[in-house]
Design a protein around this ligand. Sequence first.
Ligand SMILES: NC(=O)c1ccc[n+]([C@@H]2O[C@H](COP(=O)([O-])OP(=O)(O)OC[C@H]3O[C@@H](n4cnc5c(N)ncnc54)[C@H](O)[C@@H]3O)[C@@H](O)[C@H]2O)c1
Length: 457
Amino acid sequence: MKIAVIGTGWVGLTTAAVFAYLGNEVMGYDINEKLVRQLQSGTVPFFEPYLEEFVRRELAARRLNFTTDPATALASAEVIFIAVGTPPTADGCAVDMSFVSCAAIAIGENLKPGKFRVVVNKSTVPVGSNGWVESFIHQGLEKQGNMGAVDFAVASNPEFLREGSAIADSLYPDRVVIGAVDERAMQTLTELYRPILEQDFTPPPSLPRPAGLKKVPLVKVNPVTAELIKYAANAFLATKISFINEIANICDLIGANVKDVALGIGLDHRIGCAFLNAGVGWGGSCFPKDLMALIREAEGYGYDAKLLKAVCEVNASQRLVVVRKLQEVLKTVRGKIIGILGLAFKPNTDDLRGAPSLDIIRRLVELGAVVRVCDPVAVQRCRENLRELPIHFCTNIHEAAEGADALVLVTEWQEFVTADWEEIFSVMRTPVVIDGRNALNKKFLEDLGFVYRGVGI
Ligand SMILES: NC(=O)c1ccc[n+]([C@@H]2O[C@H](COP(=O)([O-])OP(=O)(O)OC[C@H]3O[C@@H](n4cnc5c(N)ncnc54)[C@H](O)[C@@H]3O)[C@@H](O)[C@H]2O)c1
């Protein structure tokens, strides 16, 4: 099929590369000229494993290309994905839908009469946005004088990929959700996703198909339900994390071990072990804004989403649990050298949006600590985000540890977990480790002589 993808960030670029890999002809369109130039030359300017390899291969195979011209992108497309950002507004209280409305107007201005087209909303949007997008497309069509002459339908196809495993999540998803009223739109999208649903494509050598994966379920619903599924999925995952963090705080008080509690409850099939890792809480580009959006959505109908609000409150306070632990051990942190290990909101990404590290660093600076930071890939983005703060950027854990009073693990990158802790012990001023992800070996570190504090262990 001929596909256009509007917005070539994490979601759009992954979608474009994966559908090209599956044999479709894909044109990525973005308003960011620099990004498009980089993509045209095969460079992906953010860190996502395998994505650059995919983009290069599909560019070479001429199944994938990029443009800043919406008319070129839409000229022959049968399916048009909207994958632009939906960040929170500046006051953090609503979803900024301006990128989606601009994309929808651009679609309306450039769609020409002829064949039937499906416009697919892949961006995470407030419930009811399907009809709203359609109205902006009509606005664009009206502008070009083609109102009524263009046959199209809008569908919702929420994205569940995780940064750090975006390609694998797209090739081997747990489910595909399609929300459409128009039967032709449902059929077109079912056909487009058929290789993924049937799992009958040849897997890329670098990302083999998970053992036992035979078929992927398709959830066919109406657009409003599809939109709510996305918000509900993120709200549930965030709830699981906040839940285990609350249990971890109780463990700390009563002397139980949250890792064992998580195992003990997670082995119950009704609960499951995933997303039960206690620590500094959730972040990222999606959970914070999506929970806020769902709470606002409910408020719009006069419903007070008390549970979801509590999930956010627990998370906000959990971010600073490592600062409280530092104060317990060091008493004052003023003037103390604290090394922050990990900046990205999780390993295998350089995305800092909503990262707990940012709140932790700001709080430590407020308290007068001398803050050093290191991360295998996110340091450059952190420099841009925290320009105003007097923090020291280190190239590796050893540089952060030299003469430090404490190290705080905030992102569980493998290279921190497997670092030479014996050598690190020998260069620190006071050997204190606060493990904000419960990822380090407590006994091993304590045997080396470290003062170790995890979260709920
Ligand atoms: N990042 C994730 O892990 C993830 C996962 C699932 C869903 N989502 C959702 O997917 C959507 C996209 O997220 P992302 O992380 O890929 O965002 P992103 O910020 O990485 O990328 C968005 C891209 O859209 C481009 N853009 C903005 N307005 C445009 C326009 N009018 N026309 C063309 N291009 C335009 C931007 O230049 C940017 O390159 C969001 O709604 C997000 O909530 C993200």
